[in-house]
Design a protein. Sequence first.
Length: 497
Amino acid sequence: MRYGYKHRPMLKSALALALGSLLSTTAAADFIPGFAIQPLQDFGYNDSVVRDINIHGVSVGDSISGTAFDAEQQPVFWDPMGNATILDFDPYPAVDYQTIRAINDAGLMVGVTDNKGAVVWVDQVSTQIPNAGGVYDINNANQIIGTAKGLTSERRAAIWNDLQVSLLGGEPSGFDSSATAINNIGQVVGNMSTTIDVSIPVTWQNNQIERLGYLPGFETRARVVSINDNGQMVGVSNQDTSNRAVIWENGLIADLGTLGGANAGAVKINNAGQIIGVADTASGQQHPFLWQDGVMYDLAPAVCADVSNCSVVVNAINDLGQIAYIVKDGYFNQLAYTLTIAEGALANLPSVNAPLNFVTPVGAEPPVLVTPIPEEADVQIRMSASAIAITSGGEIRYQIAVSNVGPTPAKDIIITDALPKNVELIPERSTLDNCSVESSKVICRYQQLNVGSYIYVALTVKHISGKRIRNTASVESTTRDPDLVNNKTSFVTQAYR
């Protein structure tokens, strides 16, 4: 829930709602001939975000929807006429947001829902994407990229082919990574980072990773966010608080320029080489831009009624040059639109000459072969008990915890508790999911245990005889385990009369 409507339904004043309504109606008009604005349907809360648009003009994102006291963010797609359809509607989602992040030209969409996490929609039916921590793009070959969870102890960039996950790999020890975009030939871009303020732009292709490097003079960090089918990549290169929009091509880097100010950042590049982003003007305002053929055009007059107070975020551009964007005001309102530009209409916009001057990037490294992560899993087992001493005939409750510290998931896990002969299991007071009782053994079987995940088993037994009760449990997996010492555990309890 973006602004907390569910808990604060009166957050927006009547004035704010009225201004949001005014924003919705005035922005629908075309401000300059040749720039056709298409409003995307909102559900009455003046709160929609569009994130991607495909070649057919279908756009995706999210919108607040629901009753006055239970309005929540929902994943939405809009047809070319701006009509909205909510997918996987959930009136009470537990996650902070639900959204569609990307759509390909066949209409397959990826995003996140409350009840399934990361999903892909095919014919508007969602399927969970396994081991996905986040998904950010899908290409026309239906390859999905994002970050994986549970496969290593770090956050790792990953690709899914037919919903089968593979780590892209090549990160130094201690680095996280995230994939941000993929083109239609399977080349992926993303970024590596550490806990300190470091961001390294990279690209993956053919089991190789390549460091793209930084713009000279802007070498603190950089991020790559988009790639087209020609292998051109765009993003931002930073130096302290200064940012420049950049393009990488054939191992070189170029500054895209600004609208007369100091800062800029690129957001998307299409297959025609058109680039969208945001840049500072000479007066210090931030305006959306379209870069094309060595010229940076100021889009503000085309999308804002008042250029001096223009708060616009451009998020996507398709291969026809249609742009998906949102307009914000100062009252928590944000509405989604698409912009179609007629041939020759760019001449009506303010512009800055911004020819590309390609140079050698700082910190670039040639492609290197990715070393696969060894397929092994250090599975560990621990046991605790409700008491170290009981009276004769008393009960003991054992808590068994199995964990996987990696580096890869453990498969076909078997947990075995060989109960001592002087106790008796109480099944109705035990947790026996995925477990069976075979003779005096409790055997629990699981298909997979991801890195950082746990399996818990609780067993309650009754003492029958003897003074010393020694319970032993063990775990095994078909995945190679580099340390077998921690695969067995015991607990001893004394019984007194």
